[in-house]
Design a protein around this ligand. Sequence first.
Ligand SMILES: [Zn+2]
Length: 351
Amino acid sequence: MKTEIDSIAGETPGIAYELIIHRLNGSDDNAPRVYIQAGLHADERPGVAALHYLIPMLEQAEADGRLLGSLTLVPHANPIGAAQHLYGEHMGRFATGARTNFNRDFPVPDDNGVRILDSASAAVFAERRLKSRLLELADRCPIVLDLHCDDESVQYIYAPEKLWPEMSDLAACLDAEAALLWDSGSDRAFEEAVFEQMTAQAKDRDLTGHCVTTVELRGQNDVNAALGKKDAEGIYRFLQGRGVVAADGKPAPILRDDFVGKPIRHINMMLAPTGGTVLFHVAPGDRVEAGQMLAEIIVNPGRTDGTVAILAPQSGYVLTRRIRRFIRMGDNLIKIIGDAPVAPHKGALED
Ligand SMILES: [Zn+2]
């Protein structure tokens, strides 16, 4: 494995960010090339833990001659966001200087559909140069994994509908509990931008064998050695199944019996109707019925009319909930995959 360190210049004299890039060389030019990154939202660490365990496994495969495809791994994809703190609190999701979400507004390809903004361009914010560099690194890789997490959550993945059900092998290997399928990108999340790049480059627009996904490795605090190893092993099994690492004869994992795979238009994003202290009555992974109490928000403690009840708008599956227990009116409170579609949806990620 070879390691390079890219320098992303900051906007002011004396500031630069280091982007660590590991490259492993496969022995078979026809095997798929792979790109994996973690920590694009710099406050989401389960993917970093997974790569911590996956990188030595892949190095060993390379040393043993079992690595067929080549890989590019970026375990800290966002050194800019990693460095942002305000009064002791980490701010890893939005670029505070540029006022953008680190996983939205990725650069648009040029007319060839394949080349993106030159990451060396001087007259753009560092966040913009970082985004274009990440797209360059993922360029011409038919398998691209972007490792994220949610607030409190089961493990789930996003996938372009065009790559489903082929990508269910990833969900099975990861032991994921759900998948959200999207068909119209609009926010230029990394996954959308890569899929656009992939589609433009695919011969005859045939996307067989391709995979691009935002993997939500559970919740923000689900960072420990056991889960990191499990996720690393899951990704490794997936890479074996796709012919990136030589297979070992073990049977391919299958999807869980209770797996929930739905188009993203089935998402009910429940917003807090009032501010207050949250008491959840359900947790990620629960099945709920229409009208069931999901949470109460305490507005006026100790008074009989002091709480506001949040009820399930339809039957479905609780995917995620807020990590904080004090909430503002309008904040996302809980995310349910409804049994019925909710509304047409634009974009790969719902928020
Ligand atoms: Zn994220």
